[in-house]
Design a protein around this ligand. Structure first.
Ligand SMILES: [Cu+2]
Length: 283
């Protein structure tokens, strides 16, 4: 795949995972270090008020804006840049998640927690260089984004984020939790983990209602989030994906490696496993 200049909060895509509690006052200091001259800001879905903070935090180059927001409601929320043109700032990587826990946290303790956000990239074809070769870097395409024809769909901002070389890791017996958000900007995610069942599903990031139980796939819209808990029983590699499954060939795949003792009482065969050669889903 190609290289692409992302726009970031604190140099990462997604931006920092923020934890807070209902009743907290968030003091947000946003300093714009973007040498290209674009203004930036933050619209946080956890903030109550017009624009979610955007107009209060819009900062030009080298300017710092400070604003305070009281957190009224619990849940898992998306934040993103909402400087014009808003869709471009989101498409280029300016988003993250904030978990606002209730006064008394309703989530049980788990052994491992992970932070994943899905998003898609829209880009122009690579330009031809003076030496006649094609550039290895591509630029944002407004027409493609408008048509919603993504070139690339990824977890955590790049193809290699949760690859075989950098999988999530857990052990058998672990309870794991994934805070999952969808930045979009266009595509709905049908979030699924092959071989795993969501023991608890906090749909739409709602941690007040009773969670869904033993769910296979969950819908996460652009600008939405969810929390899934799983108990890992059988060792091996679990594939993380969007079950709109052709997106696999647009780079959207990740892996969770679970180590530990085999569980033939749950998962067994007479012959050894024989995955299809070259299969991205069952490595
Ligand atoms: Cu921005």
């Amino acid at each position: 795949m190609y290289k692409y200049d992302v726009w970031t909060f604190n140099d990462s895509v997604p931006g920092p995972f923020i934890r807070a509690r209902v009743g907290d006052i968030i003091e947000l200091n946003l300093t714009n270090r973007d040498e290209t001259g674009n203004p930036h800001n933050i619209d946080c879905h956890a903030f109550e008020g017009p624009g979610g903070g955007a107009a209060l935090t819009t900062a030009d180059l080298n300017q710092t804006k400070t604003a305070r927001f009281r957190l009224l409601y619990p849940g898992l929320f998306v934040y993103h840049c909402a400087a014009a043109p808003v869709p471009v700032h989101i498409a280029n990587g300016m988003y993250g998640l904030i978990y606002v826990q209730p006064e008394y946290d309703t989530l049980s303790s788990v052994d491992k927690e992970f932070y994943i956000m899905q998003s898609e990239f829209y880009h122009e074809p690579p330009e031809k260089l003076e030496n006649g070769k094609l550039s290895d870097k591509v630029k944002f395409s407004y027409p493609r984004a408008l048509d919603e024809t993504a070139n690339v769909v990824v977890f955590n901002g790049k193809e290699s984020a949760l690859s075989r070389d950098a999988p999530l890791k857990a052990s058998t017996g672990d309870r794991i939790r994934i805070y999952f958000g969808n930045a979009g900007p266009n595509l709905i995610s049908s979030f699924h983990i092959i071989g795993g069942i969501f023991e608890k599903l906090y749909r739409d990031g709602d941690v007040v209602s009773p969670p869904g139980r033993f769910v296979q796939t969950t819908i996460v819209p652009p600008g939405g989030a969810t929390i899934v808990d799983m108990k890992m029983l059988v060792p091996g590699t679990y594939t993380i994906l969007d079950h709109a499954i052709f997106r696999l060939d647009k780079c959207l795949v990740g892996y969770l490696n679970v180590s530990g003792k085999a569980r033939p009482d749950i998962y067994a065969s007479i012959e050894p496993p024989a995955p299809c050669v070259g299969c991205k889903l069952h490595p």
